[in-house]
Ligand binder design. Structure first.
Ligand SMILES: NC(=O)c1ccc[n+]([C@@H]2O[C@H](COP(=O)([O-])OP(=O)(O)OC[C@H]3O[C@@H](n4cnc5c(N)ncnc54)[C@H](OP(=O)(O)O)[C@@H]3O)[C@@H](O)[C@H]2O)c1
Length: 273
């Protein structure tokens, strides 16, 4: 992945999970990293960790607290980062929020917050940074999910937001081609991160049974798959043979796939009583 050497990479959600592992891997390959998230302590810890992985000693790591759901904050902080650190060659939108429950149990505020983080978060950051990227071209990698390709029990807000990220990315790819900006969308299965710990705690049993079918991968493996996909200029980036199987199943055998998923959810529902 030689193409990342010397590149300036902005990563939202770079203080944890997939974003942090991507940042660490990129730093070890010689990229200049800027990370964005809300919590300042987590950002500082991540900045140190990324700095330790750097390929050479003067490779600076930039970190700035930013809430991707707040468009004014995004405009201000992205302008500040560009002026202090320089414009990005690559933008990775990894900031995200997860939630799962029975539809009637999900309050409007929670539904709204998931959509605002996962969809508007990407839209806001892209809007703020595209004007700085379009002179030289570049690459935008948006993190969606396998749940942006297959809808599952319990994930009404999360799947709605992640399907929207896939649609947004498809449109953005065509739109930004004229500036030489490529767009990728990454759809990993379940990944071992703090978000998954939280989701495991709150998910109904039907949801847990279904998610387990697609397996779980490490955050390092997910970050590596995403970066490999970006380096190969892929639009849709999947990780692992099981994900590809599910994707093909949903596409070419839709009702059979739904039947299998309904059966698994039905068995899990019966077992919980
Ligand atoms: N874990 C999985 O199983 C899985 C599977 C498929 C796709 N994904 C997707 O992968 C991406 C990364 O998830 P992860 O598993 O690595 O989660 P994670 O470890 O919980 O990291 C989430 C990151 O996003 C940041 N963030 C959350 N809300 C934000 C906001 N409003 N503004 C700015 N930053 C915000 C968090 O920092 P602060 O809280 O400090 O802001 C943190 O740095 C997400 O888009 C997620 O949906 C995850």
């Amino acid at each position: 992945m030689e193409c990342f050497r010397g590149k300036r990479v902005f990563i939202t959600g770079g203080s944890s999970g997939i974003g942090l592992d991507a940042a660490t891997r990129l730093a070890s390959m010689g990229s200049y990293i800027a990370i964005f998230a809300r919590n300042v302590e987590k950002l500082e810890a991540a900045q140190n960790m990324i700095g330790q992985a750097a390929a050479w000693p003067d490779q600076s790591v930039y970190a700035l607290s930013m809430d991707v759901t707040d468009n004014t904050d995004v405009e201000t902080k992205c302008a500040q980062a560009v002026s202090e650190f320089g414009a990005p060659d690559i933008l990775i939108n990894s900031a995200g929020a997860g939630y799962a429950d029975y539809f009637e149990e999900i309050p409007f505020e929670t539904f709204d917050s998931v959509i605002r983080t996962n969809l508007y978060g990407i839209r806001n950051v892209a809007e703020a940074l595209v004007p700085h990227m379009k002179q030289r071209g570049g690459h935008i990698g948006n993190v969606s999910s396998m749940l942006g390709l297959i809808g599952l029990f319990g994930y009404t807000p999360y799947c709605a937001s992640k399907f929207a990220v896939v649609g947004f990315s498809e449109c953005l790819r065509m739109d930004l081609k004229r500036y030489g900006i490529r767009v990728s969308v990454f759809c990993p299965p379940e990944v071992d991160t703090p978000m998954t710990d939280y989701m495991t705690e709150i998910s109904p049993p039907e949801t847990r049974a279904l998610v387990r079918m697609n397996g779980i991968i490490s955050s390092e493996k997910a970050a590596d798959a995403m970066l490999r996909g970006i380096s190969r200029k892929r639009f849709l980036i999947l990780s692992g043979p099981l994900s590809k199987l599910f994707f093909m199943g949903k596409r070419f055998f839709p009702w059979q796939t739904r039947m299998v998923l309904d059966t698994v959810a039905g068995v899990a529902a019966r077992l919980k009583h």
